[in-house]
Ligand binder design. Structure first.
Ligand code: FMN
Length: 221
């Protein structure tokens, strides 16, 4: 394998094609931004880079707030649409069917259909050239309870998150490991596999019982 060296470019992939919502519940706007990411864990700092020409840039400069909505495959079309139309000319919520809902700590609305929304307050705006970087603190994280399990764990594999790489959208593939699994002891891996197997068969038995129950109920009726 030989690597070919290209000129510098924004080739970091995959990235989330995030929906950045801003404005207010009365006048909401949303744009797609793939140039977004995490800067620091504590304080929780993130950024989004937005061209000065975007309507959202103008709004966020005024309100100093925005929400990063992590998109799923289900809203992929809306994600693309919000990235080619400007809120200066259209109401993107009306046109796409996305639902603006109130955030918990800021006035900027978040998107109901997004599995995870990060409420952000701007701390600094830096112009680098083509894009202005809005550095912001995450003041709250809102998660769709559909993806929260019995032990309060977040099951993001069920959320079918959307990724963006070099001009194309992708659905995330299957879960293949967890943080630190490459250095886990074999005995821990075996124990987890056994537990998963047990849970799977227990769930199957439960399913059978429930199905039997429903047949019985139907007969009675
Ligand atoms: C996948 C995708 C990623 C995008 N990423 C960015 C971005 O990171 N920054 C940016 O300024 N524009 C980005 N855009 C373009 C804006 O979303 C687009 O210009 C949009 O119409 C701006 O909306 P507004 O004028 O309502 O703010 C992206 C578009 C798409 C489709």
């Amino acid at each position: 394998m030989t690597k070919i060296t290209w000129k510098p470019g924004t080739m970091l992939s995959p990235v989330p094609p995030a929906l950045i919502s801003c404005g207010s519940m009365e006048n909401p706007n949303v744009m797609t931004a793939a140039w977004t990411g995490i800067i620091c864990s504590d304080p929780t700092l993130v950024y989004v880079s937005i061209r000065p020409s975007r309507y959202s840039n103008e709004i966020i400069r005024k309100t100093n707030e925005f929400v990063i909505n992590v998109p799923s495959v289900k809203i992929a079309r809306a994600v693309d649409w919000c990235g080619v139309k400007s809120g200066r000319n259209v109401n993107k919520f009306k046109e796409t069917g996305l639902t603006p809902i109130a955030s918990s700590l800021i006035n900027a609305p978040q998107i109901k259909e997004s599995p995870i929304s990060l409420e952000c307050k701007v701390k600094q705006i830096t112009s680098y050239g083509t894009h202005d970087m809005f550095l912001a603190e995450v003041v709250a994280v809102d998660v769709d309870d559909e993806y929260i399990g019995k032990k309060n764990e977040l099951n993001l594999d069920k959320a079918e998150l959307l990724a963006y790489a070099h001009g194309f959208y992708y659905a995330l593939g299957k879960k293949i490991g967890k943080f630190g699994w490459s250095v886990e002891k074999k005995s821990t891996i075996k124990k987890r596999a056994a537990r998963l197997k047990y849970e799977k068969s227990a769930n199957k038995n439960l399913d059978k019982k429930t199905k039997k129950g429903s047949v019985h109920d139907r007969k009675k009726n």
